[in-house]
Design a protein around this ligand. Structure first.
Ligand SMILES: *Cc1c(COP(=O)(O)O)cnc(C)c1O
Length: 401
């Protein structure tokens, strides 16, 4: 196995995004395969006993065991790091494995975390239900409020944790401000960048320390596999994250890594079309529903900030109808758009957050986050936007909205 493209960092650093997505981290075997090889192996053999000792001592390059390294997974990690502009990346089994690893690898009993209250349901569960069992305290805040971040910092605050745009309310966090504040206080920022991906937003350009992904979403892009990744500095990945990961084992399977590698090749292309479709569908819905939450539309309270931080609005937005009854009626009247709680798929998918992704939270927590009974989230896919608009138009009429 040889790195055939991307050997010279001085060159790869200048590659433009589309080139990084297709070429980043390509290694080739002696067969010279064009498409990345899939190494479905848990173990490795050695030419002699000395080599085993040298690899385990870290004195020689080479694989030892797939919980520690795997060539297909390593290719994915190099490609994601390059696309992110990060020094290093480690792939994880799922997005939640990525969040858990990124946080627990650096937190200890007695530490304090400031987290955005609007977040993916399982991310909130980590903060609200898991951390207290290990003596980690937290403050959850309205992450749109810069003063709230400052007000929540304590002497033992170790980590800021948030996503932007946030799931499902599309809250946009001021990356430059929050990352700058963290830097000035010696706090590590962990940003969940699943909604945007590196194709639209690179939090490290704004001073973020760690970027964590559900690669299940837009990075795979076709709804096939669960996958995750954590990006950071070489020091963070090698000294803080790897000891945790290698011994707890939240690793990504080579097959899933290979699927995501293939997905990344078309990420910039797909995201550009998702952006255009989501804008067109959003503009249509804006005139038809009481409330839109779409960072690409001028009606979003942080539209200007979103467009400063992001290269486009992404595939996902939310909107409100009067209540649960109207939301369910609209979902049930759809012909083309599927009812599904997944996102980042080429297919358009819609779900009622309060009864699905955020059903595990208390009614108070949902209310505080803005997950109302009338809130619907849509992942605008790669179908023709006019077919999606016709489907929504017909469904709104059928549902009497
Ligand atoms: C889906 C998602 C996750 C969890 O990812 P999985 O791959 O499903 O484990 C975390 N954060 C956000 C913002 C997500 O959308």
């Amino acid at each position: 196995m040889k790195r055939t493209t991307g050997q010279d960092r001085a060159v790869t650093r200048n590659w433009r995004p589309a080139t990084r997505a297709v070429r980043g981290g390509t290694w080739r075997s002696e067969h010279g395969e064009t498409s990345e090889a899939l190494f479905v192996t848990s173990g490795y053999t050695y030419p002699d006993a000395e080599t085993v000792a040298a690899r385990f001592a870290g004195d020689a390059e080479g694989m030892t065991y797939s919980r520690l390294q795997n060539p297909t997974v390593a290719m994915l990690e190099e490609r994601i790091a390059l696309m992110e502009g990060a020094e290093a990346c480690r792939a994880q089994a799922t997005g939640m494995a990525a969040m858990t690893t990124a946080l627990l690898c650096q937190l200890s009993a007695g530490d304090h975390v400031v987290a955005a209250r609007a977040a993916f349901g399982s991310c909130r569960w980590l903060v609200d239900s898991l951390f207290p069992r290990f003596g980690i305290t937290s403050t959850t805040i309205d992450a749109r409020d810069n003063a709230a971040w400052e007000g929540a910092v304590r002497p033992n605050t170790k980590v800021f944790f948030f996503e932007t745009p946030a799931n499902p309310t599309m809250d946009v966090v001021d990356l430059g401000f929050v990352c700058g504040l963290a830097r000035s206080r010696g706090i590590t920022t962990v940003v969940d960048n699943a909604f945007a991906t590196a194709a639209l937003q690179r939090p490290m350009e704004f001073g973020a320390d760690v970027v964590a992904y559900s690669a299940t979403k837009l990075m795979d892009g076709q709804g096939r596999v669960l996958a995750g990744a954590v990006c950071g500095s070489e020091a963070f990945i090698n000294d803080v994250l790897l000891p945790f990961q290698r011994n707890t084992g939240p690793n990504l399977s080579p097959f899933n890594a290979w699927v995501v590698l293939k997905g990344l090749e078309t990420l910039p292309l797909r995201v550009a079309q998702h952006n255009a479709n989501a804008l067109k569908v959003g503009a249509f819905l804006e005139g038809r529903v009481p409330r839109m939450l779409h960072p690409g539309l001028a009606s979003h309270p942080r539209h200007a900030l979103a467009m400063k931080q992001m290269d486009g609005p992404g595939a996902i937005f939310a909107f409100e109808v009067a209540g649960r009854e109207q939301a369910f009626a609209l979902l049930d009247a759809l012909e083309l758009i599927d009812i599904s709680n997944n996102i980042g798929d080429a297919r358009s998918l819609m779900c009622h957050s309060a009864s699905s992704t955020h059903a595990g939270l208390s009614a108070e927590a949902r209310a505080e986050m803005g997950v109302t009974e009338g809130l619907l989230r849509i992942n605008v896919g790669l179908e023709d936007a006019d077919d999606l608009i016709e489907d929504l138009d017909r469904a709104l009429i059928r549902a009497g909205l």
